[in-house]
Design a binder for this molecule. Structure first.
Ligand code: PMP
Length: 399
């Protein structure tokens, strides 16, 4: 008999299942808006020029592949800190910021969750309603109780900000609060700078622990603009917080798993002790991170010329998303569906379109257009070629 005889089958991830269904669909007009990836106009995941340049250099150098330190490549973690806080940040000068290379943004979330479970063993974590599904899974896996705070308002397609503040005020001191820095996944609804100030004031007053997830820096307004939440927290009186960041989207390096966990402590000594704990967590988990993706990012950000080229390429991705949002709204209006104007107000790759489950099903069955059951669409998977088709279809199922 088998020790596995009673193992239950876990249902597959619904979003990945969607892509399987899309791939099996024979219709040539099909469109997959269920993904979480930026595609270029040709429908491909771009390879950025700046990245290609470093990659060619690395291939020519053919350096030996030794192990990285447990917390990653020093050039990578340094440049990551600087990108998050700005080179001039007094926190960096004070040695209060420790950055660890992680296996994607997901690995940063998990390592951060492990750290906080150790430091705040009885804490609860509050995530936005809705949030990226993996937030619940990661913090739940570590043993956190996961609760929601009010966030999205389906009636306005924006944020129920009063509801959000009220919910944050109700949390017990020491609760971890997960916040999306920008390009909220899945809704596309972001806080304004003024709203961030108010949220941070509540976090400070109620002694809550901020955990920022920044998976899309540079995908909405720009590298510095999109880091407003991190920069405002850095300026605040809040002594300790965590940032999980990812280069998956901003460098189009999804499979290279390039992320970072950055922890701000009250002083340099505390920071060293915290970092030693993070190293222990990683050591017992996967020992040390991989080299290639980090070498690509560090190579680009460490060169003035390549960094400028990357910023241009990132700007092009961002502008293209804005153009697709505007184009979709325009064509929806032309098809008699002006109620979708909010799509151009939302930020990042995703939009909570407001489409219902039956409407999403009709899009799939009648038009071969795949969206998540919640109505989440990936704007960055549209193209100028399929915009008319998608707009007509969305208008048709909305009538
Ligand atoms: N946080 C959010 C909000 C995300 O959307 C994602 C990726 N979809 C991640 C974290 C994880 O990023 P990575 O792919 O780098 O693990």
């Amino acid at each position: 008999s088998s020790f596995f005889a009673n193992v239950e089958l876990v249902p597959g991830d619904p979003i990945l299942g969607l892509t399987e269904a899309y791939n099996a669909d024979p219709r040539t007009t099909k469109v997959n808006l269920g993904v979480g990836i930026y595609y270029d106009e040709a429908g491909r995941i771009p390879v950025l020029d700046a990245v290609r340049e470093v990659e060619q250099r690395l291939a020519a150098e053919a350096k030996p592949r030794g192990y990285l330190p447990i917390d990653g490549m020093p050039d990578y973690t340094k440049t990551t800190r600087e990108l998050l806080f700005g080179v001039e940040s007094p926190l960096l000068a004070a040695g209060r910021v420790a950055t660890t290379q992680t296996v994607g943004g997901s690995g940063a979330l998990r390592t951060g969750a492990d750290l906080l479970k150790k430091v705040l063993p009885h804490a609860t974590i509050a995530i936005s309603n809705p949030s990226w599904e993996n937030h619940r899974a990661v913090f739940g896996a570590v043993g956190f109780e996961v609760v929601d705070y009010t966030y999205f308002d389906a009636a306005t397609h924006g944020i129920d900000f009063a509801g959000m503040l009220a919910d944050l005020r109700k949390l017990e001191a020491g609760t971890v609060v997960l916040l999306h820095a920008c390009c909220h996944n899945p809704t596309g609804a972001d806080l304004t700078v003024d709203q961030w100030r108010q949220v941070i004031e509540v976090l400070r007053e109620r002694e809550l622990f901020p955990f920022i997830d920044m998976a899309y820096q540079g995908f909405d307004q720009g590298i510095d603009e999109d880091a407003a939440a991190v920069r405002l927290l850095a300026e605040s009186d809040i002594a300790t917080f965590v940032v999980a960041s990812s280069y998956s989207k901003s460098f189009s390096l999804y499979g290279e798993r390039v992320g970072a966990l950055t922890v701000v402590s009250a002083d340099a000594d505390e920071s060293k002790r915290v970092q030693s704990q993070i190293k222990r967590i990683i050591r017992a988990n996967y020992s040390s991170p991989s080299t290639h993706g980090a070498a690509l990012v560090a190579g680009v950000l460490g060169s003035t010329e390549l960094r400028a080229r990357w910023e241009t390429e990132l700007g092009q991705m961002r502008e293209r998303i804005h153009a697709l949002r505007a184009g979709l709204v325009e064509k929806l209006v032309a098809n008699g569906a002006p109620e979708f104007a909010f799509i151009s107000e939302q930020a990042g790759m995703f939009s909570y379109s407001g489409l219902s489950r039956p409407q999403v099903d009709r899009l799939r069955d009648e038009f071969g257009i795949y969206a998540v059951g919640t109505g989440r669409i990936c704007v960055a998977a549209l193209s100028l070629k399929n915009l008319d088709y998608v707009a007509e279809a969305v208008a048709a199922v909305s009538r």
